[in-house]
Design a protein around this ligand. Structure first.
Ligand code: DX5
Ligand code: ZN
Length: 218
């Protein structure tokens, strides 16, 4: 297993002070920064696009884990790469040519991620394992922060873990991760943990303690 990664999602940060929030979670021990891009079409919510990723890039050296909840994704991949994404994740459900999208991300020199919704079987990622660096198992239905962790996703995590075998691919869980649910996800085989509300919910003074509590269960 790869060493655990804790990736606070800025979806739950104070959007009026994003740069400060990114610096604060970096100081508090975050490994990656998770950036949730939503288009109001693939998911019922709108967040931000590549210009915000670009604006944040000078404020931290941390790995930018860009989660695209948009369809189509292909027309925007180059913009997110140029904006400073380190990894770009697309959804298996977002279009008919997901293999091509992943190939494009690799061709742009970025790490490629494939995400699956709670209603999508683990087998959807099987034909893609040779061209991905990250499999994101959604542990809520994507669109909003602060939702409850779906335990039914744990079986998907276990199945993906078995499929990955010895490959150098991370399994990320995204949605409803806190100091308790992180343990379940870790036991099922996840090594990368996105947390929005569980990190940002308590205000800046608590970020370090909250990240440490998640790391403890990872
Ligand atoms: C859900 C997003 C998640 C979300 C996680 O659509 O992809 O990254 O921000 O937030 P919490 O941890 O609050 O569920
Ligand atoms: Zn996300």
């Amino acid at each position: 297993m790869l060493p655990p990664v804790i990736a606070p999602s800025i979806l739950s940060a104070d959007f009026s002070r994003l740069a400060e929030e990114v610096r604060a979670v970096e100081q508090a021990g975050a490994d990656w920064i998770h950036l949730d891009v939503m288009d109001g079409h693939f998911v019922p919510n709108i967040t931000f696009g590549a210009p915000v990723v670009k604006a944040l890039r000078p404020h931290t050296q941390k790995y930018f884990d860009v989660h695209l909840m948009i369809a189509p994704a292909d027309p925007y991949l180059a913009a997110f790469a140029q904006a400073g994404a380190d990894g770009i994740t697309v959804h298996a459900e977002a279009g008919p040519h997901i293999h091509r999208s992943l190939q494009t991300i690799r061709d742009l020199g970025k790490r490629a991620g494939i995400a699956i919704n709670p209603g999508t079987p683990a087998t959807a990622v099987e034909p893609l394992l040779d061209i991905v660096d990250l499999v994101v198992v959604m542990t809520v239905n994507p669109g909003f922060g602060g939702q409850s962790f779906l335990k039914s996703s744990l079986e998907t995590v276990s199945r993906v873990r078995a499929m990955i075998a010895g490959r150098d691919i991370r399994i990320e869980v995204d949605g409803g991760i806190d100091a308790e649910t992180v343990r379940l996800a870790s036991r099922a085989g996840a090594d990368t943990f996105v947390a929005g509300n569980a990190v940002f919910g308590g205000g800046p003074a608590a970020y370090a303690e909250r990240i440490a509590a998640i790391r403890e269960g990872a």
